[in-house]
Design a binder for this molecule. Structure first.
Ligand code: ATP
Ligand code: MG
Length: 369
């Protein structure tokens, strides 16, 4: 997104559980880099299960209005969902993605090496199409002479596949080149920027075939803009296998909704705690940062939730908005906190509180100015 704006208005939607403890930390991180940003404004907004139980709606129309009319971007915490289906309740995050047309789910997964000179073994981004595939939820159950039969529609369009492809190529182009990337990495001597298209077009040649062709057409139509980006393809099953055996071969992975969902959780398992993994939901006009973890009811209210996923989500959001220098400072402060392993929350084996970790990271941001 373009950085030509006179102010930056951030909607804050902590929602439920530990969202209320970690979103303030993400806000602090944005404030800590404000000298590199246009004048900031924060707007507190309601959504979630708690909002539902008090008002009868999980996503008040005022929240949607404020996001659309007043905000440039937003930070979303986490929602608790009821264990059983509750009449009238539906996930506000799913509704928000639709309302704001946030068609890309972007999840970087990066391990931290103990010393700065060793590159991380896992350093990749999963780019997941977020509006179609099997998740159009067009399902039907019919009774036949041979018993029940269930069918689901899987929608893949050229438009959605092309726009997610563009995001993947833009991200690959903006990332530092990586050595030893690529499924044939022993043959590559060069440093690469790589997009790996994930599909299963040997079986689903029509739907996955269209996804694959549409993504492949992106650099062709871009008049040389993405000439430096290498393209590979992998079948989704083998991609998961290789992700666990040699995560270093990946840079940017782009996938239709369902495969992307599975791969992003599988990739998250490579780096330990859910408490460190950020994401953004992005569209052409809006971006929303969201830690990957849920509301963690088991630790909510204890002040021990890891704020890193939310702080990194803030950095990722700023980067997507075009503010890469402040985003770099936040990421560096986080990495310099995690690597020595002295100030960590319990999920990473430490004994520091949310506020101690946040304070430590803020100190390391300030030290860079
Ligand atoms: P929800 O139903 O909202 O998804 P959940 O019980 O599935 O909640 P998650 O948030 O998905 O919980 O996380 C699973 C486990 O990981 C939790 O039990 C929690 O202890 C741990 N966890 C998740 N996020 C964090 C965090 N930020 N800091 C520390 N631990 C975390
Ligand atoms: Mg969960």
């Amino acid at each position: 997104l373009s950085t030509a704006r006179n102010s930056l208005t951030v909607g804050l939607i902590p929602a439920d559980g530990i969202g209320r403890e970690v979103i303030p930390a993400a806000r602090d991180a944005i404030v800590a880099v404000q000298q590199e940003l246009p004048p900031l404004k924060f707007i507190d907004l309601l959504a979630g299960w708690d909002t539902f139980t008090r008002t009868g709606t999980a996503l008040p129309s005022e929240t949607v209005r404020a996001l659309k009319d007043e905000c440039d971007c937003a930070l979303f915490g986490s929602v608790s969902s009821p264990s059983r289906k509750v009449a009238g309740y539906s996930s506000p995050i799913v509704a928000l993605r639709k309302e704001l047309d946030l068609y890309a789910n972007i999840r970087p997964v990066r391990s931290v090496s103990a010393d700065a000179s060793t590159p991380p073994t896992t350093d990749l981004i999963v780019v997941r199409e977020n509006t179609e595939c099997l998740y159009v939820k067009d399902e039907k159950l019919v009774n036949t002479d041979n018993g029940k039969e269930a069918r689901a529609i899987r929608l893949i369009t050229e438009r959605a596949s092309t726009r997610i492809g563009k995001i993947a190529f833009e991200l690959a182009k903006a990332r530092p080149r990586k050595a030893g990337t690529g499924s044939n990495c022993c043959y590559f001597s060069d440093l690469l920027q790589l997009v790996t298209i994930i599909h299963k077009s040997n079986v689903l040649s029509v739907t996955d075939g269209l996804f694959r062709e549409s993504v492949r057409a992106v650099p062709v139509a871009a008049n040389g803009k993405f000439d430096d980006v290498t393209i590979e393809e992998q079948l989704v099953d083998s991609a998961v296998y290789r992700l666990f055996r040699e995560p270093q071969i990946y840079d940017v992975m782009v996938a239709p909704n369902l495969y992307g969902d599975i791969i992003s959780d599988a990739a998250a398992a490579l780096v330990g705690s859910l408490g460190v993994i950020p994401s953004i939901n992005a569209g052409d006009n809006f971006v929303m940062g969201e830690p990957v973890h849920g509301s963690a009811p088991d630790i909510a209210g204890k002040g021990i939730a890891n704020p890193v996923a939310s702080i990194r989500s803030a950095a990722l959001m700023l980067r997507h908005l075009g503010y890469s220098s402040p985003a770099d400072k936040i990421d560096k402060a986080v990495n310099d906190t995690l690597a020595p392993g002295k100030v960590l929350t319990a999920d990473l084996g430490g004994s520091s509180s949310t506020s101690e970790v946040t304070k430590h990271i803020m100190g390391l941001i300030e030290a860079q100015y």
